[in-house]
Design a protein around this ligand. Structure first.
Ligand SMILES: Nc1nc2c(ncn2[C@@H]2O[C@H](COP(=O)(O)OP(=O)(O)O)[C@@H](O)[C@H]2O)c(=O)[nH]1
Ligand SMILES: [Mg+2]
Length: 211
């Protein structure tokens, strides 16, 4: 297998405490779920190989915060070398969605400017307790050019789909020709962001858009 067919990407997971970050990692890495996830896990990064097409395998090196988020501060070294950040909130806790902005600022401050960001609204199985409307989160994600999914780690809804989308996007960015602006329209189209299955809404202007 050639180098072009295999790549490793560091992906960091951030967000408030108890939104399901560790559960998300456990679901994508081991396809497991537990109501009693350890708050601090000894090992804080995990790997999952994803086959994204017939010739390409990607190694997702996924980093969990190991409880640092309890103090609302995450060491800058956590962000180093990351190609993507996943911000997680809990659809049943409005506060955790409000704090997405706070975590996004951390990314702006510490991560590389070409980082890809995915926003995840977790605990979709608790629909009857929902406090964050999907449309509000979707609009927010669009305005920052973030990939967006709602997931349930409990029943595995959308977890695999979300990470496959992110992996594909990272792979496309990686293979993007340096002078994409000079490429024919057809090629530009190929590398266009795949977020949300919708076109990015450029009418909403915010301070910082993620790649
Ligand atoms: N119902 C439900 N509970 C979840 C889900 N994801 C995580 N949890 C539970 O929420 C709690 C916090 O999860 P955890 O992964 O430790 O959150 P973290 O602090 O963000 O790492 C645990 O009791 C999990 O079992 C989910 O999708 N649905
Ligand atoms: Mg955790």
């Amino acid at each position: 297998m050639s180098e072009a067919d295999f790549a490793t990407y560091k992906i960091i997971i951030i967000g408030d405490e108890s939104v399901g970050k560790t559960s998300l990692v456990m679901r994508i890495v081991d396809n497991q779920f537990s109501y009693s996830m350890p708050i601090t896990v000894g090992v804080d990064n995990y790997s999952r190989i994803l086959q994204i097409n017939s010739t390409t395998k990607l190694n997702l090196n996924i980093w969990d915060t190991a409880g640092q988020e309890r103090f609302s501060v995450i060491a800058p070294s956590y962000f180093r070398g990351s190609k993507a950040a996943v911000i997680v909130y809990d659809i049943t806790r409005e506060e955790s969605f409000k704090n997405v902005e706070y975590w996004a600022k951390h990314i702006t401050e510490y991560a590389s400017s070409d980082i890809k960001v995915m926003l995840i609204g977790n605990k979709l199985d608790l629909e009857d307790k929902r406090k964050v409307l999907k449309k509000i989160a979707l609009d927010y994600a669009r305005s920052y050019n973030m990939i967006f999914f709602e997931t349930s780690c409990l029943n595995a809804t959308n977890v695999e789909t979300a990470f496959v989308s992110l992996a594909k996007e990272l792979h496309h960015i990686d293979r993007k020709p340096e002078h994409i602006e000079n490429c024919p329209e057809a090629i530009k189209e190929k590398f266009k962001s795949i977020i949300l299955d919708h076109k990015t809404d450029n009418t909403v202007k915010k301070k910082r858009k993620f790649c």
